[in-house]
Design a protein around this ligand. Structure first.
Ligand code: ADE
Length: 235
């Protein structure tokens, strides 16, 4: 898989993409992540990539030309299945979207900035608009980092215990059950006996029940989706 990220502040992406699972996946050749500095595609000597909005109003707007130049160049080199724009008014980012994107070969993420981007870019170049939540960030870089992290960890071989990616919260529309590690008792705080029993069947039942209980308490909306997905798969 290859992910191209276009940003006017590429340094913001260095740290989130330079460590841990994402970094290892890049080193092991599971994913190629290329960060492009949008300013390199500016056509003026100040390397600016924004301008004042027509009809006034505050804030600057990202201009078409540098974005069109880099996207056109990338598209001439390979086929992209999605060209994503990060924006608070985009579609809500969920585990389902991450799962789908992790199956693609090539994708571009354009990080929004300033007050927005010229609408014509959204109309003519972007195939998917994504928001990572109902709040406004100063730019789309952190949103892009969130997306890349959640996509890369799904790639086969990215995490050593592949089962763990499949048992994540949200993967089956349930929150994950609680987990414990050694010691079995600390300051009188005990690990539930069932987890020490060695009875796989009962442990699996306990985990499912815990997941259901937590989901019912914290995210009842997910449980409705879980029930309807289960009844569909039973049909
Ligand atoms: N850019 C600014 N806020 C954002 C958000 N919530 N999601 C994605 N991109 C953004």
């Amino acid at each position: 898989m290859r992910i191209d990220i276009i940003s006017a502040v590429p340094d913001l992406l260095q740290s989130p993409l330079g460590h841990s699972i994402v970094h290892r996946a890049v080193k092991n050749g599971l994913v190629e992540i290329v960060v492009h500095d949008l300013r390199d595609y500016s056509t003026n000597k100040y390397k600016s990539v924004d301008d004042y909005p027509y009809s006034g109003g505050g804030g600057m707007v990202m201009t078409i030309e540098p974005i069109d130049r880099i996207i056109t160049k990338l598209k001439s080199e390979r086929t992209y299945q999605e060209i994503i724009f990060t924006t608070p008014d985009g579609d809500r980012y969920t585990q389902n979207v991450a799962n789908r994107l992790s199956c693609l070969n090539n994708l571009i993420i354009l990080c929004g900035h300033y007050k927005g981007i010229d609408q014509r870019i959204r109309d003519h170049l972007i195939t998917l608009e994504i928001s990572i939540g109902d709040y406004v960030l100063t730019g789309g870089e952190l949103a892009a980092a969130v997306m890349v992290d959640s996509i890369v960890r799904l790639l086969p071989g990215a995490i050593s215990d592949e089962v763990s990616a499949l048992t994540d919260s949200f993967q089956d529309l349930l929150l994950a059950p609680p987990v414990y590690t050694r010691p079995a008792e600390y300051k009188g705080w005990k690990v539930p006996d069932i987890l020490l029993s060695g009875n796989d069947r009962q442990i699996a039942d306990w985990k499912l029940e815990q997941a259901m209980t937590r989901t019912r308490r914290l995210r009842p909306d997910l449980l409705e989706d879980h029930e309807s997905t289960r009844s569909q798969s039973d049909e």
